[in-house]
Design a binder for this molecule. Structure first.
Ligand code: PLP
Length: 449
């Protein structure tokens, strides 16, 4: 779990950091190391009660361990504890954040977007929808029924009407339904999901852009999960075409704490038109006195934010530049390979029916049974049984119609089917697929008929 070098690297970097304030008169904060040692021992024991997220046999939810360089840079930063609300609280880390945001903008083809890091994808999406609603007051927000549930909830928070757009057989936004809804007239913004949370499906952005533009609506891309896959080299043609058009949307959310190797607390919102910065204008007398330069708090809804998140992301982007054909991209390709291999291997067992061919690195699969309810109870049994063999999965409720497309013979004695879901975010999982599928096969055989 811990690389032998991590603590040495942290100690060395802390030594270098301390040189910056070595000229100050000596001072000492009180600290009782013996009592802390006792408390930390209890903390470590408590923290054993987690799934082993770092291990390839954790093949459940969207959880990816931060890269060691991110973890060390974050920890290093905590000795300063910068606050990226204002330059007063985090000069160095605010500069690093601006460089990170520029780098993420370039990932999508934007040279000078307005943007900043955020606590996560939810707040980042809140900001994008807030700007959308300010520019199109009272108008409707559309997102597919597979979009993250946050969009309908955030629309309610913002007092904007929200309508779900149907998804098609591939879990992508149904553009025929989108066209119908746009014809009704009062749509302000269409949210395209670039990698749905459930299936990793990528909405057909080229068609969405054409339709939305004709209707005078904004387009926001929720690429919280999938944004980094723009760098991958083995996407299917439709998926690639969607990612190629990302630069044409009005705003993008991407979560470095999903696929960007970051600790939690790192989302990002980007606006193509920097003029939206004017919408954030406020006249707080409290904060910005140190310079005429941009304080990140002037263009964000959140106030205090961890400067450490920017420091960690900056370190990671130095170590793994966001280049097509680079090391970072190659890792994403391995995750894609892992998902495709698992999809193929599961189908070959005859014990499972994988539902959609994975567009990204998420595999959803039903246990083959005669009825929806039997399949659901078998899935719950597999979930528990696999965990006993140290394989950790996730469950997802899927509408019966979607399951029947893969398994037409399954009787619809329930509206939804509990299926298993594996998000293969760790590139090394590509070498574990056989082992994962072997455990799944044994668990399915033991599950109730
Ligand atoms: C994870 C996710 C979110 C929410 O982001 P958080 O970082 O969890 O707040 C929003 N949209 C999509 C598509 C996501 O995958």
């Amino acid at each position: 779990m811990i690389h032998g070098d991590e603590l040495r690297l942290l100690r060395d970097a802390l030594g270098r950091l301390a040189e910056g304030s070595a000229h100050l008169p000596a001072c000492k904060a009180e600290f009782d190391a013996d009592r802390a040692a006792e408390v930390l021992d209890r903390v470590a024991r408590r923290m054993q009660d987690n799934y082993p997220y770092h291990h390839p046999l954790y093949a459940g939810q969207m959880l990816k361990p931060p890269d060691p360089v991110a973890r060390i840079a974050y920890a290093l930063s905590l000795w300063v504890n910068p606050n990226n609300h204002a330059l007063d609280g985090g000069r160095a880390s605010s500069a690093m954040e601006k460089e990170c945001v520029a780098g993420l903008g370039r990932l999508f083809g934007w040279e000078a977007p307005l943007g900043h890091l955020a606590g996560g994808g939810t707040v980042a999406n809140l900001e994008a929808l807030w700007v959308a609603g300010t520019l199109h007051p009272g108008k409707r927000i559309l997102a597919s029924d597979q979009a993250h549930y946050t969009h309908s909830r955030l629309s309610a928070v913002l007092g904007l009407p929200f309508t779900p757009v149907r998804s098609d057989d591939a879990g992508r936004m149904d553009t025929a339904h989108l066209a119908e809804l746009l014809d009704e007239g009062d749509v302000g913004t269409v949210v395209a999901t670039m990698g749905t949370t459930g299936f990793g499906a990528v909405d057909p952005l080229p068609a969405i852009l054409d339709l939305a533009r004709d209707a005078g609506a904004r387009v926001h891309a929720d690429a919280a999960y999938g944004g980094y896959f723009r760098l991958a080299s083995t996407l299917g043609p439709g998926t690639r075409a969607a990612f190629e058009r990302l630069g044409d949307v009005d705003s993008i959310v991407v979560d470095p704490h999903k696929h960007g190797l970051q600790p939690y607390g790192c989302g990002c919102v980007l606006f193509r038109d920097p003029a939206v910065g004017a919408l954030y204008k406020h006249d707080s007398p409290y904060t910005y006195f140190s310079s005429a330069e941009l304080h990140l708090g002037e263009i964000s809804l959140e106030c205090s934010r961890a400067g450490a998140a920017a420091v960690a992301l900056w370190a990671t982007m130095q170590m793994y530049p966001l280049l097509p054909n680079g090391e970072f991209a190659a890792r994403l390709d391995r995750s894609l390979d892992a998902a495709r291999a698992m999809h193929t291997a599961l189908a070959a067992t005859e014990l499972y029916r994988p539902l959609l061919a994975p567009e990204l690195d998420i595999v959803v699969y039903a246990v083959r049974r005669d009825t929806a309810s039997a399949s659901s109870s078998a899935a719950r049994s597999v979930f528990r049984d696999a965990a006993e063999q140290d394989l950790h999965l996730a469950l997802i409720d899927v509408p019966i119609a979607l399951v029947q497309r893969a398994e037409p013979g399954m009787a619809a004695d329930a509206g939804t089917v509990s299926c298993l879901r594996s998000v293969l975010m760790k590139p090394e999982q590509v070498d574990w697929v056989d082992r994962i599928v072997a455990i799944l096969a044994s668990a399915a055989r033991r599950a109730p008929a």
